[in-house]
Design a protein around this ligand. Structure first.
Ligand code: DGY
Length: 322
């Protein structure tokens, strides 16, 4: 019997592609070409499965061009690049990579928070530019992390990881807002108190966004929400572009209506709103929250395992539709 045909839509670790080749007839993308939707559709015409990353959109038009397709294995925990309803209607299984990136991403949320609150990149650029001539009492004076109030919007696995780091590691008071309240035992574990979104925005010294992207979470933070925040507050987005109205944020940063922001994700990335590139009080990173070698390997292996388990008839390991 011939092997199922799989497309690996972006470059991933070559040894993991080799592992896939033991099970499948694989078309890979070793040069990491960014295919257009049309190019992707042409490659999917004869494929039974595809390994995607967040940068391939799987929608009704793509599915219509892929009559044999049975599974899309996303190498990401977020799957807002999938039109899950269209996939379900077309009988296509979707999978993601939860859990394996939780701690790494929570670490990065904290790294970005610390870099932002303590003005790490701004001060490094100043030093590298040869502008450091003397010590002064207020040079790059930022805000404290220890003992401050951390407000987390989105209290899934990553949000809980950040809460624990804040409460247990830095003595922060942690408040959170989520679609639903956590069970009391989980709240106690995270030392986190549930509050309304408005109260969170008004009281937090640092606001961390960890909510999945959907139509309902689009522009969770816009001009009105930024206006509620303290002028000394920082905003950190490690969730998805589109959760924040980047244009409104650039205005708030320029006018110092909030102190600073740290952004790992952007509306329309890899493009970044030009106004964000010119304000000094923002730390910008290129969607790297899960980027450690062990975690990216674990994500790629889990995506591969989903494909293998699915075609073995064992069922997907981490399905996003049923
Ligand atoms: C995810 O897993 O959703 C990340 O954003 C991709 O690195």
């Amino acid at each position: 019997m011939s092997k199922p045909r799989i497309l690996v839509a972006r470059a991933i670790f070559p040894d993991i592609v080799d592992r896939l080749r033991e099970h499948f007839d694989v078309e890979a993308n070793p040069d990491d070409v960014i295919w257009t939707q049309q190019e992707l559709a042409a490659r999917l015409a004869d494929k039974d499965g595809v390994l995607t990353t967040g940068s391939q959109r799987v929608d009704a038009a793509l599915l219509a061009a892929a009559p044999r397709l049975k599974i899309c294995a996303n190498m990401a925990v977020g799957y807002n690049n999938f039109d899950v309803d269209a996939m379900t209607a077309a009988g296509v299984q979707g999978t993601n990579t939860p859990d394996v990136l939780t701690e790494t991403t929570a670490d990065f949320g904290f790294a970005l928070l610390m870099a932002t609150a303590r003005r790490l990149t701004e001060s490094e650029h100043f030093l590298r530019a040869g502008q450091w001539t003397k010590w002064s009492y207020d040079m790059f004076a930022g805000s404290d992390i220890h003992g401050s109030t951390l407000g987390i919007i989105g209290m899934g696995r990553i949000g809980q990881g950040i809460a624990k780091r804040g409460a247990h590691g830095f003595g922060m008071r942690v408040i959170y807002h989520n679609r639903s309240r956590l069970a009391p035992a989980l709240e106690a574990d995270c030392k986190a108190t549930y509050v309304g979104k408005e109260e969170l925005l008004r009281t937090a010294d640092h606001v961390m966004l960890v909510v999945p992207y959907s139509a309902a979470s689009h522009h969770t933070i816009g001009a009105a929400e930024l206006a509620l925040m303290k002028p000394t507050a920082t905003l950190i987005n490690i969730a998805r572009g589109g959760i924040v109205d980047d244009a409104a944020l650039a205005v708030a940063l320029r006018e110092q209506r909030i102190a600073a922001a740290g952004l790992d994700v952007f509306e329309g990335e890899p493009s970044v709103h030009p106004d964000l590139l010119t304000v000094p009080n923002v730390v910008l990173t290129p969607h790297i929250a899960s980027a450690t070698v062990p975690t990216r390997r674990a994500m790629a292996n889990l995506a591969a395992d989903n494909l293998i388990a699915f075609f073995d008839g064992r069922g997907p390991l981490t399905p996003v539709n049923q």
